[in-house]
Design a protein around this ligand. Structure first.
Ligand SMILES: Cc1ncc(COP(=O)(O)O)c(C=O)c1O
Length: 387
């Protein structure tokens, strides 16, 4: 019989920590947004098994609610276990085979991420670019499709780095004309900005839980059209990412319900509740609420004398970019808001770093009261940050 040797337990990482306590924050930045209290209650429910019949029914509810939120009939619609970037990666991992030409229309930070990911899946990546704060015209998209003849066009609907909403009308028809799939990032639009995936002819889309859905980060809604499923089914090689392989995940989220990975059940309780709240409010009402509150914010900021970075007809209701006036220490102001008022707003990313603030009004946080709170702080406290 072997005896096991026990060593004295090393004490160097054994410190006395108190129970967790998190500061109260109003999250008016690019995400996450505050979670709805009903969602937090759902997250705190005791976990059950990920193959429990009750949980399996809940999975179907989440899928049905996601189809409503996205306005799609796609059979394969599910929340990836991971954040938005995991679902982003899932769209590319499943649709790209080495050498496939992927055209990425880049108008901000997240377009660059799409191009980077497509490259890692060995796509032949081509890009077209717009200055940060602009959107592509339909003519620009058509001319690039004609020039590059890609098998996938990838783009971001709601560019969180710039506050631009890409007009989608006609792009899906062009993709059909040029025989390519349309892949769309809806991370900052789902739940807050009109989305009609099927009518727009979107083949692959993904989102996140932590913005317009008022749930904490942790799930990445994903959907794939029958046209994109055909491409997946005719792959000559396996999807080079086991965890995100939709043909495997389909056995868990499809009719068989067999084990793939241990689903984060509480996160799915949370998103189920978040999506239920969205469907209770109704999509049109949620979209109108976001637009009304965004307009209240835009008007208020302009009245104070601040410039908005994006033309009105391209502005996202969920995310507003405000130009930092000359002579103002933008970073010091954001730190002040967080430290002294418990309010988070974002700074600029990439080419807009140091040039804009980003104010998010997403999901549960899109309220007139929150707009008035932040406007009041800009009006009364910003003057102190001018040099
Ligand atoms: C437009 C866009 N795409 C992708 C992502 C990545 O999502 P996540 O940070 O949840 O991984 C984000 C994150 O904010 C985003 O705004």
């Amino acid at each position: 019989m072997t005896t096991q040797t026990f060593f004295p337990v090393a004490q160097n990482h054994h410190k006395a920590f108190g129970p967790i306590s998190v500061p109260k924050r109003l999250l008016l930045g690019p995400g996450p947004s505050n979670a709805h209290p009903d969602v937090l209650n759902a997250l705190a429910l005791p976990p059950i098994g990920h193959l429990d019949p009750f949980y399996v029914d809940l999975m179907s509810e989440v899928q049905e609610l996601l189809r409503y939120a996205w306005q799609t009939d796609n059979r394969l619609t599910l929340p990836m276990s991971g954040t938005g970037s995991a679902a982003m990666e899932a769209t590319l991992a499943n649709s790209v085979e080495p050498g496939d030409r992927v055209l990425v229309a880049i108008k901000g930070y997240f377009g660059n991420r799409l191009a980077d990911m497509a490259d890692r899946y060995k796509a032949d990546v081509k890009t077209i670019e717009k200055p940060w704060g602009e959107a592509f015209s339909i003519e620009e998209i058509e001319s690039a499709l004609d020039q590059y003849r890609p098998s996938i066009l990838a783009m971001v609907h709601a560019e969180t780095s710039t506050g631009v909403c890409q007009p989608m009308e006609g792009i899906g028809d062009l993709c059909k004309k040029y025989d390519c799939l349309l892949l769309l990032d809806t991370v900052t639009s789902l739940g807050g900005v009109p989305l009609f995936l099927d009518q727009w002819g979107v083949d692959l889309a993904y989102s996140c839980s932590q913005k317009g859905l008022s749930c904490p980060p942790g799930l990445g809604p994903f959907t794939i059209s029958p046209r994109a499923e055909e491409k997946l089914n005719s792959r000559s090689e396996k999807v080079p990412n086991w965890y995100l392989d939709v043909s495997l995940l389909n056995k868990y989220w499809g009719s068989d319900r067999v084990y793939h990975h241990t689903a984060p059940v509480n996160m799915n309780f949370g998103i189920r509740e978040a999506l239920r709240l969205l469907s209770e409010e109704g999509l049109e009402n949620a979209w109108n609420r976001h637009m009304d509150n965004a307009q209240r914010l835009w008007q208020g900021l302009e009245t104070i004398g601040l410039d908005l970075h994006v033309d009105k007809d391209l502005r996202l209701p969920t995310l507003t970019t405000v130009r930092i006036p000359d002579g103002v220490d933008g970073k010091a102001f954001t730190i002040h808001l967080l430290k002294n008022h418990g309010i988070e707003i974002g700074g600029g990313l990439g080419s807009l770093a140091g040039k804009v603030w980003r104010i998010g009004l997403m999901g549960y946080n899109s309220t007139p009261e929150n707009v008035d709170t932040i406007l009041n702080l800009f009006e009364t406290e910003l003057p102190r940050f001018k040099n």
